[in-house]
Design a protein around this ligand. Structure first.
Ligand code: SF4
Length: 371
């Protein structure tokens, strides 16, 4: 995690209403020089200031079109701000209001570990990284014939990868990789988990080699989202026991057994569209981050929308972006100072662009279901 210096005391002394009106004033003052992007998992008090909201894919697409802006303030997490910096020209400065807003999943894969498995595999595999990864990992995939994907287009990207080779290394989220490949009829026996903390990933030589006697098609990196791992199959059973009319709708970062038990599974954009298009009176138990679920419940009061889990499934790193930090970066911009700029070095950026452009080329017209 990157260290975020403490804010000046004056920000801590401000009431929420004062913070909100000061942010609105700064937005007005900066005008078209400023674009604020907000991820769906962001808290309400922050996302109301976003000019655009979306999931990782949608925000990457929107961010790539913001060359007219001088500043993009990204209310999301570190890897999203990095992707936006990569996809925009040098004239656009991308700012993350709190530098400690990272992603625990992205932190589960580092470039040294990836280079190690690459040497073990002899490079005979297509590397695909979920966009929830560091710029260095994206650059590696771009440089080695691979691509990025998001949960909205993981199937399209894996299809593309299978046209280029018959083995895929998918990182850092084993669950998105497994759920996607399984939906494409790759049997579980043809997937193995590579644990970067074990010698040779904890795998046999046969599993690592190609062609493998075990016909391993997908090597799944042992990473996960700490939020989506909180959803369990027993919660699906419990909600149906309480009220059989509830449909279970989950994100593909959930584990395989939860996705198999759910009625539907897809990206956050798919979840939003499914609830929006369902008839009044529909009942949804949703397995994704709680801020999005609460927002859907408020937006559709004539439908019954609740979290699949009884506990708060909160992305604690995204939650670090609050009104105080947002106001601070806007105050600094208004004074002519750029703070918390996220800048990817030119060579990493050049190679990561290759992987990100392959992701954008494989974007579906509509978010599609994995199940
Ligand atoms: S919800 Fe999970 S994958 Fe998404 S930013 Fe938070 S920790 Fe990372």
């Amino acid at each position: 995690m990157i260290f975020q210096p403490p804010l000046l005391a004056k920000y801590h002394g401000m009431a929420d209403d004062d913070l909100a009106s000061a942010i609105a004033d700064r937005k007005h003052q900066l005008g078209q020089r400023l674009v604020i992007l907000g991820h769906h998992y962001q808290q309400d008090e922050v996302i109301r200031f976003a000019d655009f909201d979306g999931d990782s894919l949608k925000l990457a697409q929107i961010g790539a079109r913001q060359d007219g802006a001088e500043f993009i303030v990204f209310c999301g997490v570190h890897f999203m701000a990095e992707s936006t910096d990569i996809l925009t020209s040098d004239a656009v400065k991308v700012i993350l209001p709190d530098l400690s807003a990272g992603c625990s999943m992205a932190d589960m894969a580092d470039i040294d570990q990836l280079e190690e498995v690459w040497d073990l595999l002899g490079g005979d595999i297509i590397p695909i990284t979920y966009v929830n990864s560091a710029a260095s990992i994206k650059a590696f995939c771009g440089a080695h014939g691979g691509a990025c994907c998001t949960s909205s287009n993981a199937q399209q990207v894996l299809k593309w990868a299978f046209t280029r080779g018959d083995r895929i290394l998918f990182l850092p989220d084993q669950h998105l990789g497994r759920n996607t490949a399984y939906a494409m009829r790759v049997p579980l026996e043809d997937m193995v988990v590579y644990d970067p903390h074990k010698p040779r990933g904890g795998l046999s030589r046969a599993d690592m080699l190609h062609p493998a006697p075990g016909k391993v098609k997908v090597l799944l990196w042992k990473g996960h989202c700490s939020v989506h791992m909180l959803f369990r199959k027993e919660q699906c059973d419990e909600i149906r026991r309480i009220d059989p009319e509830y449909k279970v709708l989950v994100h593909p970062e959930c584990s395989w057994d939860v996705v198999q038990d759910a009625d539907l599974a897809g990206s956050t954009e798919f979840i939003i569209r499914t609830v929006a298009e369902s008839p009044e009176g529909s009942k949804w138990a949703i397995g994704t981050e709680v801020h999005l679920v609460s927002r859907l419940a408020a937006r559709f009061p004539k439908k019954s929308v609740r979290s699949l889990a009884g506990i708060q499934c909160l992305c604690t790193t995204m939650y670090r972006i609050d009104m105080r930090h947002l106001l601070w970066v806007l105050d600094e911009l208004a004074e002519g100072r750029v703070v918390n700029q996220i800048k990817v070095d030119p060579e990493t950026s050049r190679l990561a662009t290759v992987a990100l452009e392959r992701m954008l080329e494989n974007a579906p017209a509509q978010p599609t279901a994995i199940k």
